[in-house]
Design a protein around this ligand. Structure first.
Ligand code: BGC
Length: 969
């Protein structure tokens, strides 16, 4: 199995929608589902991050407003026909062969098929598709046709189709999805274009297309909202003919545009041919993979891990850092949840923080930019601070629908899930995690955290009877519990997750104020926060923390009856029952506390609140809630894999595997086709480092406590932690950071050497090749992992002193040599390049080279024979000036004893760049004389070469200046 390639054999209409989602190509700015260019039963989808539109609809007699991530015009359509045949449609065609491959390393989707038409003509078709990671406006589809047993004309039709709607999710079909209007099409010098405008957000979307083929277009196809060209390719048997369709997608929200249409046309005109587009695209991917690399010795798992990294980076790439967008729960891969932003970033940012912190920061900024809306929402609801919406879209207003369809019963039901106020806790948690991972807390991030803390503090109300603070009218992450059984309005009291995390947040708010005192909070406010952190209410029952007040009064569900049903809420409602009545959870809720907090932190908070923590509380809770969870969200498996990781490794692995297979095997039965589950994908990546490498970030640094499952022989990955590049790898014996073994490691220990990056890798590779050794052999000699050695050869790395020492030994050299210090050795020992040339320099060039000052050498006839000494010189009014010790050897030797008679000296400065193998030298000859004290004020300060007292100033007046430059040394 190739861990970089996802392969499909055969055309299967039933699984086509799942393939489309999994084969989506994107670049963090826009993405296009992997729909066929020619099928009938396709669900094409192209989505630009942040391109939303709102529409009113009437469902079940009620007017509702929904904001959608808009499905944009389809750039893919391309079909073909032989003489007398219909247009090719895979669903109806006689297919002799059909394959599809997603190359995740280079971001290319391949398709190869052989088609036999009604007259027995067999045509092979090969396609390559990309959405450029190098130029985020461009995408291309190359098609190569080969007539296998015939010659003659083949008609090819390539179109842009603006007639698409948001109709990719069956449950939403009663809602309006016709977001695009004002379609316009045209052609310009062989290019075609299509524009449309989103109905309410008024975003202009422009697609321009160029079709390159040996045979020019014969006919223009232009009909309402669609434009394209017909080509006739004259195929000769066995000779491939290529047609490439290149498109540019521009919206009026983009930067650096004139207007969307003319910019799209210009961009596609400038676009290079397919191979020349693919090269920088692959190089951009290579750079991403270098940072995002995860290595393990289980190819089947590696393939899924690559798939998760791939889709995460296609949704959130460095291009995203340039946009004003959040983390869409279902990627840019489909229309489920309408492209909305929930709390899923909680599962995504920890992984990004250690690799792409600039992207994390941009995603936090999406929240910060919507702070005014969050303030207004809090104010309107009677609270302080910032109340972020459960579902967020364009401007940060609450986008949670007020009703949703239960497909199992066909009924529209009221939706109270906007009461999941805990979304704010996730944002604040991410701010803190960003700070821990990068060491940086920008002022605006701190403000975000403090404003959220203010909101949660105002949500907490002191109950005089119990003397405890309570939070009422909220929902926890478990969406099965929206209201008390029979209650007319939604909302629960004292959701433990919300209450405990509020305490955690107020403690972090205090830390943040200590970090940035300019964000002053009044003593009264601080005192109230402190009081809440000591008197927040948490309920308990049966020796576990209760999910909320009154949970213990709920009924036990007949689990046997609903075995295997993930969406119990829908099943029970269809049965005329209500999931709110039962101790049944969709996903981890109370156990989220164990996901986000260490057991010490959780116990510390409970103790602070004055609750006695009985031994075994955490494992008891894990068992209790696991037995009552249906895993109706893919996030559930991620959390449970973590909470079981130290107590029940086999079960932890089961949940990890379930999270891994969530999308590739569509474990939620049909939901992946509507978009990938980005939180679960990123969650699995986070689990690898957090759960199995045991990598935890605390304020005092990075801690490593690996516990690898048997399935993983080794696991390695580079990370960026507080500005340092670290390479972590572990096997069942030990873990290493930058090649050095140890069960734990704290980077603040400070024995990291910053080597001249890149050069170190070159030097290692050079010595390895000199000795004729493989990477594995050197790694074994140095007792470091081969993965790390290869990483060092390819990447700028910061190995520890110990790793360098061991490598030097393995490479039969010395550490200074590897680090490029060349200590105690004369320069110029590097191998010379062939055919060096010497170029004479004129006086001006020479003066220019030595003008900055520095170290030069003075040569003169000393009392003990010819002498050369280094001095620190400056150029002053065309003369060389340096200092030496009064009465020292040079003082004596440079004195003639005769007034006005000076000694002639030579003065030389040179520079040899061993890495570049070039250099220059300048020779100055002329008399040296002592500078009289009355001239001294004029002379700028010259620092002595070797420190110490040097009171004597000497000047060399150049009579002759010559120099050479050496090329190609
Ligand atoms: C989950 C939420 C999640 C949302 C978007 C829901 O099914 O219950 O926790 O935020 O999906 O992924």
């Amino acid at each position: 199995m190739n861990p970089w390639v996802l392969s499909y054999e055969g055309f299967d209409p039933a699984s086509e929608r799942l393939r489309e989602a999994l084969c989506t190509l994107g670049n963090g700015r826009f993405a296009t589902r992997g729909a066929t260019p020619d099928g009938e039963l396709r669900t094409p989808g192209t989505y630009v991050a942040g391109c939303y539109d709102r529409l009113d609809s009437t469902v079940a007699g009620q007017r509702v407003t929904n904001e959608d991530l808009v499905n944009l015009p389809d750039w893919l359509p391309l079909t073909f026909a032989t003489q007398g045949s219909d247009w090719f449609r895979p669903e109806r065609a006689d297919l002799l062969d059909y394959r599809q491959k997603l190359d995740m390393r280079h971001g290319i989707l391949y398709r190869a098929l052989r088609w036999r038409d009604g007259s027995g003509r067999v045509t092979a078709i090969r396609q390559r598709r990309l959405v450029s990671m190098a130029d985020p406006r461009l995408a291309a589809l190359e098609t190569i046709f080969t007539a296998e047993n015939w010659s003659g004309p083949l008609r090819v039709r390539a179109t842009l189709d603006g007639r698409v709607t948001n109709s990719g999710v069956a449950r939403y079909r009663e809602l309006r999805g016709d977001h695009l209007t004002g379609h316009d099409t045209g052609d310009q010098n062989g290019l075609t274009w299509l524009t449309a405008v989103t109905r309410s957000s008024q975003i202009t979307v422009a697609l321009a297309s160029r079709t390159d083929a040996a045979f020019p277009a014969r006919e223009m196809i232009r009909e309402g909202g669609r434009i394209g060209t017909d080509h006739v390719l004259d195929l000769a048997q066995g000779e491939p003919a290529t047609l490439t369709k290149t498109v540019a997608l521009v919206t009026s929200r983009d930067c650096a545009i004139r207007d969307a249409r003319s910019t799209a046309i210009r961009a596609v005109r400038m676009a290079r041919p397919f191979d020349a587009l693919a090269a920088p695209h692959a190089a951009a991917w290579e750079r991403l993979w270098q940072r995002a690399r995860v290595e393990m010795d289980a190819p089947d798992l590696a393939q899924i891990v690559h798939l998760h990294v791939f889709h995460l980076l296609q949704t959130l790439s460095p291009h995203t850092a340039d946009l004003d967008v959040g983390v869409p729960a279902r990627g840019l891969h489909g229309e489920a949840y309408r492209g909305h932003v929930f709390w899923d970033e909680l599962f995504v940012l920890p992984w990004l923080n250690l690799r792409f912190p600039e992207t994390s920061l941009a995603l936090l900024r999406y929240r910060y930019r919507r702070l005014p809306e969050a303030h207004a929402a809090a104010r309107d609801a009677g609270y302080d601070g910032a109340m972020f919406p459960w579902q967020s879209g364009s401007d940060g207003r609450e986008e949670t629908p007020t009703s949703h369809l239960n497909p199992a019963s066909g009924r529209w039901l009221p939706d109270g899930s906007h009461l999941q106020r805990h979304v704010g806790l996730a944002i604040a948690y991410n701010v803190w995690q960003y700070y821990l991972a990068t060491g940086s807390m920008p002022l605006w991030c701190a403000e975000l955290l403090i404003e959220i803390a203010r909101f949660f503090a105002s949500l907490a109300v002191l109950d005089p009877a119990s003397g405890r603070y309570e939070i009422r009218g909220v929902m926890g992450p478990d969406e099965y519990h929206e209201r008390y059984p029979g209650a007319s309005s939604p909302g629960l009291a004292n959701n433990a997750y919300t209450n405990v995390m509020t305490v955690w947040l107020l403690l972090r708010a205090r830390d943040t104020l200590d970090l940035l005192p300019e964000l002053a909070a009044s003593a009264r406010e601080r005192a109230r926060w402190d009081d809440i952190t000591r008197r927040m209410r948490v309920d308990f029952h049966d020796g576990v923390i209760s999910q909320f007040t009154g949970y213990a009064d709920l009924l036990e569900l007949d689990w046997a009856r609903y075995r295997g049903v993930r969406r119990l809420d829908r099943a029970l409602e269809a049965d005329g029952d209500d999931v709110n009545r039962y101790r049944a959870a969709k996903q981890a809720d109370t156990l989220m506390l164990c996901y986000l907090l260490t057991s010490d932190e959780l116990v510390g908070i409970l103790n602070r609140l004055g609750y006695p923590v009985e031994p075994g509380l955490i494992p008891r809770m894990v068992g209790y809630y696991l037995d009552r969870t249906s895993h109706g969200s893919t996030l559930s498996a991620v959390v449970h894999a973590w909470v079981l990781s130290r107590s029940d490794r086999a079960r932890s692995w089961q949940y990890f595997a379930e999270a891994l297979f969530s999308d590739i095997k569509d474990v939620q039965h049909g939901t992946t086709a509507e978009g990938i589950h980005l939180g679960a994908m990123a969650g699995t990546l986070d689990l690898l480092e957090r759960c199995y490498l045991g990598l935890e970030i605390h304020r005092d640094g990075l801690h490593l406590n690996p516990l690898l499952p048997d399935r993983l022989g080794v696991l390695s990955m580079p990370i960026r932690f507080r500005g340092s590049e670290l390479f972590i790898d572990a096997d069942h014996r030990q873990a290493r950071i930058n090649g050095v073994a140890g069960p734990t490691f704290t980077s603040e220990q400070g024995d990291t050497i910053m080597a001249a990056t890149g050069d170190l890798g070159r030097r290692i590779a050079h010595h390895r090749e000199r000795l004729g050794l493989t990477v594995e052999q050197v790694a074994e000699r140095a007792d470091i992992s081969p993965g790390y050695l290869q990483y060092l050869e390819e990447q700028p790395g910061t190995p520890t002193a110990e790793a360098i020492y061991r490598l030097a030994g393995a490479l039969e050299t010395i550490t200074e040599d590897l680090l490029g210090g060349g200590v105690d050795r004369p320069p110029g020992r590097g191998r010379a390049k062939a055919a060096p040339t010497l170029e004479s320099l004129d006086r001006d060039e020479c003066l220019k080279l030595i003008e900055p000052g520095g170290i030069g050498r003075v040569a003169f006839n000393g009392s003990h024979g010819p002498t050369v000494l280094p001095v620190n010189y400056k150029l002053h009014h065309g003369s060389i000036v340096f200092r030496t010790a009064s009465g020292g050897p040079m003082d004596q030797d440079l004195r003639t004893g005769l007034e006005g008679v000076e000694i002639k000296v030579g003065f030389e400065v040179d520079r040899i760049d061993e890495a570049q193998r070039e250099g220059w030298s300048v020779l100055i000859q002329g008399p040296a004389h002592h500078i009289s004290p009355d001239e001294l004020p004029e002379i700028a300060d010259v620092t002595p070469w070797a420190g110490g007292e040097r009171h004597l100033y000497v000047r060399i007046v150049p009579h002759q200046i010559t120099g050479r430059r050496i090329h190609h040394l």
